[in-house]
Design a protein around this ligand. Structure first.
Ligand code: SF4
Length: 165
């Protein structure tokens, strides 16, 4: 049975920077939990961030941050790049320990984003790109889906969208 790494804020945990959650009781996630597939993590909290915490955005693509060419900066100006890299490592270690080849992570987050992130100006501007945790997971062969694509991954796991790769 495939296990799936899931952002804790998609499971109703109040771990987002402002103390909120992103989803709660999504029917597919609820079923996956009942099936024992879900491995949950909030990479930022795992790395030691408190909740609530200042919002942070990426300056440079998440992939570039992995290679020392970008930064994650809080709105206060505090550079938190090192902690974001640690957050990704902790998520990767957990995925490996639990055999997860797939993840569903919260889009738009500087850690968990998969199709877009915010541009570092703290003005609500979205840009195409991945968060630091997503970039690290995908660089290590773990496919990351956003919460909007939970159904696609469910279809894949059920064999209705082809063989699970
Ligand atoms: Fe959710 Fe990921 Fe942000 Fe944690 S780091 S609050 S799991 S989006």
């Amino acid at each position: 049975m495939e296990r799936i790494l899931v952002s804790a804020c998609l499971l109703g945990s109040h771990v987002r920077y402002n103390g909120s959650y992103r989803l709660n009781n999504h029917p597919v996630l609820t079923r996956w939990q009942a099936e024992g597939r879900v491995v949950q993590i909030c990479p930022e909290v795992a790395a030691g961030f408190s909740t609530p915490r200042p919002p942070a955005e990426i300056r440079g693509a998440g992939d570039a941050v992995l290679h020392g060419q970008g930064h994650v900066v809080e709105q206060t100006g505090n550079d938190v790049t090192a902690l974001y890299l640690e957050a990704g490592q902790l998520a990767l270690e957990l995925a490996r320990e639990t055999g997860c080849r797939y993840a569903v992570l919260t889009d738009g987050s500087p850690s968990c984003g998969s199709s877009f992130v915010y541009d570092g100006s703290f003005s609500g501007n979205r840009v195409a790109g991945r968060g630091t945790t997503t970039a690290l997971l995908e660089a290590n062969g773990i496919r990351v889906f956003s919460e909007d694509d939970i159904g696609k991954l469910d279809d894949l796991l059920n064999g209705s969208a082809g063989t699970v790769a």
